[in-house]
Design a protein around this ligand. Structure first.
Ligand SMILES: *Cc1c(COP(=O)(O)O)cnc(C)c1O
Length: 424
């Protein structure tokens, strides 16, 4: 890999660099296991003293290709693919935040992340404080406790479309010697590079724009390699791991300790690894990331402007609109606002359902951020398990329709919306 390459070139070229006579395209290594000539070589792999594959729960060449491409695109030093975006968020937190500890998250989050943080991690003894993402820094500081171990936020929240104030959250994290973890799913590395705005760890649901075609559930964690894990707050990285006969991650892996520990402990013990097939498809999807994202953004901008002008539309939330609360912040941190937006129809939830049910090109699916235009009603679908207050904190109102604008011809997308709105 050439580090000078621009993101577009990395998206096409990185991840799989074949040697003489090898397949040009990243192969699907559909094998659980790897053959060695003697037991000693395998023992060295188990001890993490030699590089290589020994069992596909811990690593696989196809999955490795996807990890290397994502690390290159985000500008990180290493990456770990997981079975889903949910597993990426879980491992990113629990790798450094154990029972009895606490972390802070901006409340504008994906619904599954809210239940993971407020219910499942709570059952594991890890506490979270959800904070208003737009609260002033002084108010956020009051959420910090002696046992706080991380700060978490989404670049563009799903579906609140709240653009993260990177400077503020990075300051909150770093003045307390805490890593700043960012879920960059909606922006992708093409629209936002969180490491350039103070993030230390990035997670993605690769299920969305990274795969881009709605074929593969997956997640990934990328480490910037910049956070100082030796500041006294992270004994798990600096003290011997009894489950790995005394391995000290920072001593053995230096700046790459975080991903090494996540793989050696969390993926080893929970098995939430990515399959080779999904890694192949996600890696393939990334080859066109820049081309797709450009079209998603252009189409969404046109659709948002159309909806904003429409007399039957009550409101539109897309940070690319000049009227949007996050317009300036989006221009500061993003090079585009993705294909996702939310809107409400005059007449509320019932009128919105009429529109959704009348769409012919845009399908009702529990998905977002792929090439096909789709709609979803979060209050009755993705955010259904949240209380009314939790829904509002995540930016979900009863009338909210989430529209994921695809890469079809935008004239057809607008014509479809037009005929459906005419029926209200
Ligand atoms: C979908 C999504 C997730 C969860 O990812 P899965 O791959 O569905 O597990 C996490 N964060 C964001 C922002 C998402 O959109």
């Amino acid at each position: 890999m050439n580090n000078e390459w621009s993101l577009e070139t990395k998206a096409v070229q990185c991840g799989w660099e074949p040697k003489n006579g090898e397949p040009r395209v990243l192969p699907i290594y559909q094998s659980t296991t790897y053959k060695y000539d003697n037991a000693e070589q395998v023992a060295k792999l188990f001890d993490l003293e030699a590089d290589g594959y020994f069992y596909s729960r811990l690593g696989n060449p196809t999955v490795g290709g996807f990890e290397r491409k994502m690390a290159a695109l985000e500008g990180g030093i290493g990456a770990l693919a997981t079975s889903a975006g949910q597993a990426a968020s879980m491992v990113a937190i629990t790798n450094i935040c154990t029972a009895g500890q606490h972390f802070i998250a901006a409340s504008a989050l994906y619904g599954g992340t809210v239940t993971l943080f407020t219910h499942t991690l709570k059952q594991m003894g890890v506490a979270v404080t959800l904070v208003d993402p737009d609260a002033p820094l002084d108010e956020l500081r009051r959420a910090v406790r002696p046992n706080t171990r991380a700060v978490f936020g989404e670049t563009i929240s799903n579906p609140g479309m709240c653009v993260l104030d990177f400077d503020k959250f990075a300051q909150l994290a770093h003045e307390n010697q805490l890593p700043f973890i960012v879920d960059n799913t909606f922006a992708t590395p093409y629209l936002c590079r969180p490491f350039e705005h103070g993030a230390d760890i990035v997670v993605h649901s690769s299920t969305k724009y990274i795969d881009g075609h709605a074929t593969s559930v997956g997640g990934i964690i990328i480490d910037s390699g910049k956070f100082d894990w030796g500041n006294g707050k992270f004994p798990g990285l600096n003290e011997p791991d009894e489950s790995y006969h005394g391995l000290v991650y920072t001593a053995a892996f230096g700046a790459a300790a975080y991903i090494a520990k996540a793989r050696a402990q969390w993926i080893r013990d929970t098995g939430c690894c990515m399959s080779p097939m999904n890694a192949f498809l996600s890696h393939l999807g990334l080859e066109t990331l820049h081309v797709r994202m450009e079209r998603h953004c252009a189409n969404a901008q046109a659709v948002a402007e159309y909806l904003e002008r429409h007399p039957k539309v009550a409101w539109v939330n897309y940070p690319g609109l000049k009227s949007n609360k996050y317009y300036d912040r989006a221009r500061k941190y993003l090079s585009g606002c993705s294909g996702v937006m939310t809107f409400g129809v005059k007449g509320g939830r019932a009128a919105g359902e009429t529109v959704m049910n009348s769409l012919k090109l845009a399908a009702i699916v529990v998905h977002v951020a792929d090439v096909r235009t789709s709609v979803l009603h979060p209050a009755s679908m993705t955010h259904r398990q949240l209380s009314d207050e939790e829904q509002l904190a995540a930016g979900v109102t009863p009338d909210l329709i989430r529209l994921s604008v695809g890469i079809e011809n935008v004239k057809d997308i607008i014509a479809d919306l037009d005929q459906a709105l005419a029926l209200v």
